[in-house]
Structure formats: structure tokens, C-alpha cells
Design a protein around this ligand. Structure first.
Ligand SMILES: [Zn+2]
Length: 268
């Protein structure tokens, strides 16, 4: 994506300058089939986008390249799309759930209130950002209530175990009605996919929180326009401060964090 917005770590982006963003998804080998955390855009969004997808993609300058879809990348890794058994979604906005129809056999996990919002949109933003074409095939939903348990002192859903992998929905409501971060245990450490709880790494950085003036303006527009609660950034900063040795948090659209994740995958 090449949207106008916050200045990024790579020097791109600002109120009057295009930035560089990504749609960061996770592919997990659970030991009992593959699982995805968020799907990104789907094949149809790239090859035959509906007017709503085309409009959103042109605003954020999304590439909509079929080669970047999750299904194509799963195939390039030597898997069959039907090997993918579960999808965990931070939320169901079009740029996060567009790949659902590419994996019709997968069980789709999300918070109960997010699934409700997707099926019964109430506001103009919900009507635009939740796309009926992404659910027309009839997803196999599994709704989760993100409460009743604790994850590093934060309220969460009880852990879900798939094969050898533990997954926890941690609510960060605001960007959408049922937005959650998705925590994945990797050995004795955790990855925390924060979805759109923030959009730029320094917002959740305890050491160098964001101070750039044009970023402040865009931050204000984004937080009020999309109802992004700033308190989540403080929660995530505290989590990194207290448990940064055990938790690696990242958001969907930050290219800098995506680069770090790719490099650490290669190093393994
Ligand atoms: Zn997004």
C-alpha cells in the first residue's frame, strides 16, 4: 500500500507524501494443518474487484497483485489450499478478510461481536468496509467471546489449541466493534498480531513513542475518524516494557515491523 499518512521508519510517508505499508498476515504450521492469522486481499479482489474494493484500494494505493494473495503464497510454499484448516481474524475489514473465499473449507474464528458486525453492518463505515462478497460462499464461523481469561494481565478469551499451537484472542475494541489482537505461542514466546489497534510501530514503542508534528495531525484524524482508541497504544507500550522479552507485537500495516519479522524468519 502507498497511502498518505504517518511518516514511516523507512523515510516515506507524511501528510503530503506517500508512505509504504503492507498487509501483514501469519501462516502457522500447527502440527494439525495450516492456519492463517488474517487473510489480506483475496484473489477476486485482485482480478475482479467490486467497486467498493476498487475505491478503497485506490485511496490507499493497494497493489492488488494476485501473486501477493495468501492462497498464491501458500501454493508457492508447496502446500495445497485445502491444507489450511483454520483462519483467525483480528477483524473482518476488506483488507483483512478478502482472502476468505480462497479457503472455503477453513473454519473462520473471530470474536462474536465482530462476526455480528460483519453480518449486520449498522453504520456507513461498516457498510463500506465489510464486504458481502467476502462471505457469499458461506464461511464456517466459530465465534469467540474475548473474556473470561487473562493473557499477560489483559482480559482475553480462553486459549484455543490447534495441534501444537496455542492461540488467544485479546480484545482491542475500537477500530471495529469486535476488533481483537491474536496471540500465538511460539515455544515459550508469543507473537501478538495487533491488527489495526495501531498503524505505525512507534505508536506502540515504549522507548521512542511518536512525536512528529505531521504524524500528530494524521494520528488525530485517524484516531477520531476510525475511532482508534489511543489507550490501546499505552497498553501495548506497557506490555512491551514489561514483557518485551516474551512478546513480539506487530500491527498489520507497518512495513518496518514486517521487515523485522521476515528477517527473523529467514534467520531461523
Ligand atoms: Zn487494515
Amino acid at each position: 500500500m502507498r497511502p498518505y499518512g504517518l511518516p514511516q521508519e523507512d523515510g516515506t510517508g507524511g501528510a503530503f507524501k506517500r508512505g509504504y505499508g503492507v498487509v501483514h498476515c501469519l501462516l502457522l504450521d500447527t502440527g494439525d494443518g495450516l492456519a492463517l492469522v488474517d487473510t489480506g486481499w483475496g484473489t477476486r479482489d485482485c482480478t475482479d474487484p467490486t467497486p467498493a474494493v476498487r475505491q478503497f484500494a485506490s485511496i490507499v494505493h493497494a497493489a492488488l497483485d494476485p501473486e501477493e494473495t495468501a492462497v498464491r503464497q501458500v501454493c508457492h510454499l508447496g502446500y495445497n489450499p485445502s491444507d489450511l484448516k483454520h483462519i483467525f481474524l483480528t477483524h473482518l475489514h476488506l483488507d483483512h478478510a478478502g482472502g476468505l473465499p480462497d479457503f472455503p473449507q477453513a473454519i473462520v474464528h473471530a470474536s462474536a461481536s465482530e462476526i455480528q458486525a460483519f453480518l449486520h453492518p449498522r453504520t456507513l463505515v461498516e457498510w463500506r468496509a465489510y464486504r458481502p462478497e467476502h462471505r457469499a460462499y458461506g464461511p464456517k464461523w466459530q465465534a469467540h467471546t474475548p473474556q473470561g481469561s487473562q493473557w499477560f494481565g489483559l482480559e482475553s478469551a480462553p486459549p484455543i489449541r490447534i495441534g501444537e499451537t496455542e492461540i488467544v484472542f485479546v480484545p482491542f475494541v475500537g477500530h471495529t466493534r469486535g476488533h481483537c489482537a491474536v496471540a500465538v505461542r511460539v515455544g515459550d514466546r508469543w507473537l501478538l498480531h495487533c491488527g489495526d489497534a495501531y498503524g505505525y510501530c512507534r505508536q506502540a514503542d515504549p522507548v521512542q513513542p511518536y512525536v512528529h508534528p505531521s504524524g500528530r495531525l494524521v494520528e488525530w484524524m485517524v484516531t477520531t475518524g476510525f475511532k482508534l482508541p489511543r489507550k490501546h497504544w499505552l497498553t501495548l507500550r506497557r506490555l512491551q516494557e514489561e514483557h518485551g522479552d516474551l512478546v513480539s507485537a506487530f500491527c498489520t500495516h507497518d512495513a518496518h515491523e514486517f521487515g523485522i519479522a521476515r528477517r527473523s524468519n529467514r534467520a531461523r
